[in-house]
Design a protein around this ligand. Sequence first.
Ligand SMILES: NC(=O)C1=CN([C@@H]2O[C@H](COP(=O)(O)OP(=O)(O)OC[C@H]3O[C@@H](n4cnc5c(N)ncnc54)[C@H](OP(=O)(O)O)[C@@H]3O)[C@@H](O)[C@H]2O)C=CC1
Ligand SMILES: CC(=O)N[C@@H](CCC(=O)OP(=O)(O)O)C(=O)O
Length: 342
Amino acid sequence: MTVKVAVAGASGYAGGEALRLLLAHPEVEIGAVTAASSAGTPLGQHQPHLVPLAGRILQETSAETLGGHDVVFLALPHGHSAEIAAQLGPDVLVVDLGADHRLTSAADWQRWYGGDHAGTWPYGLPELPGAREKLAGTKRIAVPGCFPTGGTLALAPALAAGLVRPEVTITAVTGTSGAGKSLKPHLLGSEVMGSASAYGVGGAHRHTPEFAQNLSSVAGVPVTVSFTPVLAPMPRGILTTASAPLAGETDTAAARAVYEKAYQAEPFVQVLPEGSWPVTSATLGSNNVQLQVAVDADAGRLVVVAAIDNLTKGTAGGAIQSMNIALGLPETTGLPTVGVAP
Ligand SMILES: NC(=O)C1=CN([C@@H]2O[C@H](COP(=O)(O)OP(=O)(O)OC[C@H]3O[C@@H](n4cnc5c(N)ncnc54)[C@H](OP(=O)(O)O)[C@@H]3O)[C@@H](O)[C@H]2O)C=CC1
Ligand SMILES: CC(=O)N[C@@H](CCC(=O)OP(=O)(O)O)C(=O)O
């Protein structure tokens, strides 16, 4: 099976990462690559590492340029995917890397993003209970946000097993590529180098409802979430520290056993050997999630640390993993499980 794939937002970080991975996918032929203000320029000007596509001229992003493909990746700013997807018809597999179709609640969408809710598509986090069944054969995929990817996988087993009470605290340190390539004042070199900064503090970040939605679904009861992102001077990677109050007596060995059981069959999730702690540098360029678990007995809390690459598993890799399932391909097809180090 060879599928023809178009990528909208090809000059951006998420679109570029999708192309890097798709170039190595044995069942994919890359078709149109599109953008907006960069349309008309060679892709190589924006993505110099994508040597095989260097001469490809970025086209305008439209139903016309994206039509005629089997799969279309939309790696666009929020609010742009719904209109295009509606014009692509029901037979095209549309993979939305943006936020437009992740939330199940229209009220949450209006509160956190604003505007009309474009509807909810099957959620592209295959490791979530029941996700694979919804992704199989689908023609629409909503890829998770980068923070919810790591944080949901960090806490899901504990909530599902009733190890903790449904009130979680999540802090995630992210690299600057999470903000996209368009220059943002707080990302200017001198503002970021050698400094870490919290933002979206006090429940202000728009991933809060996505965390709550995912974790409440796993727990079977409403889960309250306090999420704090921290920007760090590194290009890629997210290190998440998630914790929750213990629901009863347990210890680190028992908690680790719950996680090892939950993820033993997962090709991209590794619970590290006892004593090893995740580092983002071990996941860069791979679709892996590396986890470690500890019980803080004095504080009566479970603590879970997770490392991912925000551009790989955090968006483009997770998108391709879900595409594989939708197409009936082996889930790991074309996806790296070994990071680039140092
Ligand atoms: N960066 C990350 O770690 C993650 C990103 N995402 C999501 O992926 C999406 C893309 O993000 P990212 O790649 O980081 O952003 P970038 O700013 O790096 O890239 C944005 C892309 O969208 C294009 N674009 C901008 N406006 C329009 C428009 N009106 N019509 C068509 N194309 C447009 C840009 O083209 P041009 O060059 O012409 O401006 C560019 O190719 C966003 O929704 C983001 O939230 C999700 C998870 C993680
Ligand atoms: C550093 C930084 O700015 N990170 C982004 C994460 C973007 C992301 O995950 O994508 P979505 O916007 O599609 O959810 C943020 O905090 O919003």
